[in-house]
Design a protein around this ligand. Sequence first.
Ligand code: 9UX
Length: 72
Amino acid sequence: ANQTRIIKIDGMTCGGCVASIHTATADIEGLDTISVELTDNQATVTFDDQLTSADKIAAAIEDAGFDATVAN
Ligand code: 9UX
């Protein structure tokens, strides 16, 4: 099924960080959309839960150097 989740992200300070997160998540199979909200310190993601998970997406953001926590 498709899910929408919010991932809280610490460590984003400029648009370059937003771009880094887009790059870090671009190849995740099953991730449909990611909206990185810099001033809210979060990203809203939609994905197919048969192919990926909020935890996997958060792990990719962590690998890019940010602190990412699934919020809901
Ligand atoms: Mo901006 Mo972010 O100079 O990883 S790119 S702070």
